[in-house]
Design a protein around this ligand. Structure first.
Ligand code: 1BO
Length: 314
């Protein structure tokens, strides 16, 4: 089996393909083609979110692929996410996403961030208070929201539920209070933000990790970082291939975002990294951390301390 066809078993028993197409920040008007192209070239995992405002386009791309007759709905793992202004209206949010996507079920429904925002604020997605700070809805903890998500499982409209951007502290708060262990925690993850503590905690609790922004954010130093380039040379691949493959070596699935057909295709070239490759990259991560060259944890979410101290932030 080619490494790109790797699948991980979730705690629901379902399988999640190791490589997914990410659509966050993909330009409108380009996502539909990106989704259909990705599926035509073998991707079986598509990630979107209500907040990305591209679910309709993603849906069109999916329908184009299904209409070809080569791929069926059940062949493609589709993830979407509950946005923060909908924490008090979980099923309504899901129904809106299903309608936009043109699907009758979602394979994985994630709480996008573990905090609720005012549903009646001055902006439908990012409401702010007059002083410019986030307009939060403190009547809803992430635990309350997740409990509403648990009820969705009985409707058949979601096959699995999970979380995103959850630190160890948020998960520690959640797990003892809920009946369904999240199937996935989707987090920003790359060698400059390894989030090892969260990855280890999720593994211990049977929560699969999916990485977003695996190449780092805009202006990321990762492509030219000496250890990444060194591993790429050793293996005869590009730095991007090394950065995507790093997640598979850690047992995580990875979302590769692109709307460019050639790049969508190139991102399938995942390879097996060995212990010495991983050790070289780990040394780079540790070195960045020791120089405090990056923020090791992206929490608390949006820089907001939502009711309890996030001890993992430092
Ligand atoms: C605000 C979106 C973060 C990535 O899903």
């Amino acid at each position: 089996m080619a490494i790109v066809d790797t699948r991980y078993k979730l705690n629901t028993g379902a399988e999640i393909p190791a490589l997914g197409l990410g659509t966050w920040q993909s330009a409108p008007g380009e996502v539909e083609k990106a989704v259909s192209h990705a599926i035509f070239v073998g991707y079986r995992h598509i990630d979107t979110a209500a907040c990305y405002q591209n679910e309709e386009e993603v849906g069109k791309g999916l329908r184009e692929a299904f209409a070809s007759g080569k791929v069926k709905r059940e062949d493609v793992f589709v993830t979407t996410k509950l946005w923060c202004t909908y924490h008090t209206r979980v099923e309504e949010a899901l129904d809106l996403s299903l309608k936009k996507l043109g699907l009758d079920y979602i394979d994985l429904y994630l709480m996008h961030w573990p905090l609720a925002m005012n549903p009646n604020g001055n902006h439908p997605l990012f409401p702010k208070l007059p002083d410019g700070s986030r307009d939060l809805d403190r009547s809803h903890s992430h635990v309350t929201t997740y409990k509403s998500m648990e009820k969705l499982l009985a409707t058949g409209k979601v096959k699995a539920i999970g979380v995103s951007n959850c630190s160890k502290r948020y998960l520690e708060e959640l797990l003892p209070q809920v009946s369904v262990v999240p199937a996935v925690n989707q987090i920003e993850n790359h060698p400059a933000l390894p989030q090892q503590e969260i990855v280890d905690f999720c593994k211990e609790k049977g929560i699969h990790v999916t990485a977003y922004s695996p190449l780092g954010s805009t202006g990321s130093p990762l492509f030219t970082a000496e250890p990444i380039v060194e591993v790429a040379k050793r293996k005869g691949v590009t730095p991007a291939t090394v950065l995507l493959s790093w997640h598979l070596a850690r047992g995580s699935s990875v979302l590769a975002k692109s709307v460019t057909p050639s790049r969508i295709e190139a991102n399938r070239n995942l390879i097996q990294l060995d212990e010495s490759d991983m050790a070289l990259i780990a040394k780079y991560s540790d070195d960045l951390a020791s120089r405090k060259a990056f923020q090791r944890y992206v929490y608390p979410p949006f820089g907001v301390d939502f009711g309890f101290p996030d001890k993992s932030s430092s």
